[in-house]
Design a protein around this ligand. Sequence first.
Ligand SMILES: [Zn+2]
Length: 431
Amino acid sequence: MSSSYLLERAWVGGAVHDDVLVEIADGRFASVVLTRRNSPLSDGVPSGQRQFHRVPGETARLPGLTLPGLVNDHSHAFHRALRGRTQRERGTFWTWREQMYAVAERLEPDTYRALARAAYREMVAAGYTSVTEFHYVHHRPDGTAYASPNAMGDALRQAAEDAGIRITLLDTCYVSSGFGAPPEGVQRRYSDGDAEAWAARAGDGPAAIHSVRAVPREQLPVFRGRAPLHVHLSEQAAENDACLAAYGVTPARLLHEADLLGPGTTVVHATHLTGDDIELLGTTGTRVCITPTTERDLADGIGPARRLHEAGCPVTIGSDSHAVVDPFEELRGLEMDERLATGERGHWTAAELLAVGTAGRGIEVGAEADLVTLDTSTPRTAGTGADEHTAVFAATAADVSQVVVGGRVVFTRGDEQEIGRELDDAIGALR
Ligand SMILES: [Zn+2]
């Protein structure tokens, strides 16, 4: 299957260009041509040998500003059912967790699939073309396995396929509710008993350690060499205190001693870190996923995102609890939160933030053909320059006009009402 688009304006090779012609074959960019220059971008082929096969059929013209697909690197799909509800009362991360558990208790594979499909459709509509799902509700409400032991994970995979979003499903190990404490209540749904049993069920795919409180130190060697591997890290000061009391080291140091830091590992949040933690994460090239709108919602604090970036950590964003699903707001949050924390402006450039949002992926030959187009004439975006600053400092998810994943159109403006209905139905079914 092949298709081609003429992009009115597009973020290509670290700059905005007018009239970019992209040809897509088998889900990837077959060519990317800056027509204004009448020359293709570098694709590793010497210019004299470049050939461009015109794709039969019409070239669709895409007005607006087109970006590479945005990556949602941390999601718990079912948390979408909590939006607008957990914010009603005062409370802490820990009281929020009680409400989250009440939803987790009611999920079954069919209702989970419906909820996740609606949540993923909302993500696609917001410009996310891939999601990293941190999945830990594995078992029946009483903790026993489903007849098909990965029925819940399969429901998430099917939901992503239905919604047209790419998914990296992280099978998450959760075997203790705190340092030395067994799972209780709904947490029994999360637990396989121990890390060995988790590995036997989960197999070799992408994995996660829920947190250092959820997997005892002596079981951490099970995860050595696994990639991708994600871990919630130092989201709460209380987690750091408990880790220090149990093991005498910080969570980052604990992971390092277990040989679990490195480029294949992503730590999520990384909010309450010591200088030593930042150095450990940076020198090992560990990836860091920051979730600004969730951290804001849960009063978690502001993590040292810029310092981690400068230390050598590739940074990504995630919508995590889905209090907000808007990649532009997450990216803006990275800069705005640093401003509030430091009293200074200008920590991240718009180009750097787009690199964070796309996890370094671009509109380039050979890459997966994911395209997110922003309408540059809405009340929010009009008059803002229609460039990377529009994307990062002006746009919202509501300004996305079309989304393409692997060459296939998965969202166009007008789909919102149907997505809203789907969310209403899926969340209503859980009450
Ligand atoms: Zn999370």
